[in-house]
Design a protein around this ligand. Sequence first.
Ligand code: CA
Length: 383
Amino acid sequence: MASNDAEQQSGSRGTAADRIASVEAFQVAWRPGDAPGRRTAIVRVRTEGGLTGYGEASPMMGGEHSLLVVRDFAASLVGADPFDQAVIFDRLLHRYIKLGPEGAVTGALAALDIALWDIKGKALGLPIYKLLGGAWRTKLPFYASIGGNAERSVDDVVRVVEKRWLAETPAAIKIRWDGDRTRQDYDIPGDIAKARAVRKLVGDAFPLAFDANNQYSIGGAIRVGRALEDLGYVWFEEPVQHYDVRGMGEVAQRLDITVSAAEQTYTTQALVQIIEAGVRMVQPDIVKMGGITGLMQCAAICFAHGVELVPHQTQPGIGHVANLHVLATLMHNTKPAEFADPDDRMHVAFENPPIPQDGFFTVPDGPGLGLRIRDDEIDRRRS
Ligand code: CA
């Protein structure tokens, strides 16, 4: 069965194509005791010709569920042509579709897709953004994405925001709530007080965003959204539960502030549904829903619908750099790139770690992702 699949997946380019020799899937704990969400779910593909491609799955719950899926199909890819990445993607998606195409499976396929694009770029000696049609820019401004504010006092929110604002010189700041998803509307006056305090800290002109992390009812979201409009916030993210697509659309259409959603959207069809519901800024995540191939499909959908594409991103590692390659190719790149979780724990794995300088990330211009990854440092931390 596995070898038949491999033969079917083999390309017919008529050239002596390099072939996939192995597919590994493992978690990396950067530091002892790293919580699952701080680890990285890595997929590493090697070819018979000696190329190595790296991909990353969503780190949600440590990515273990996606890694299980990759391990399940890994042997079937041996012998396949890495240039067949889109055919491989759709074949595997439909093989595993009864698991539900949302989350673990699409995270697995995203990691594989990124690794195969990395190999394609290395085989051709070109950065991925060139293979995607070229870059409008290779320096990208970022916004500081600052989580955990539901539990903080107003003063602590201001203190945490001020620290990153001064340290990173971001182009914008987003305050995330990360609250209890089983409750709604439990501290709206406190939430508005925090939003107001942050506005006072940074002044009237600085771009701010508010990420509710799904904690409001529709009515609660309208109330908070009106306050954010008065405070000059630029966007209001995931005000209601992501699975309430109709409700998300209603909030988006009733408010003047731009409402964003879709970081928890895993297929192109689901993306279209949330746009049809009324959301006009969407945030699919490259490591959750299709890798580079999937995010480029999202870009086409957004362009056709006149919708802003502002991808969600968590860890500043492999997925982050894959995301930068796609952002470089977007004509309408309306918002800065998300920069969450900025610390140096991953830097040991890269000769050229993705670190912002003077308010910008620079897309690496080496072959593939352009990341020079230290295999030995990765292997030392794998679990
Ligand atoms: Ca978010």
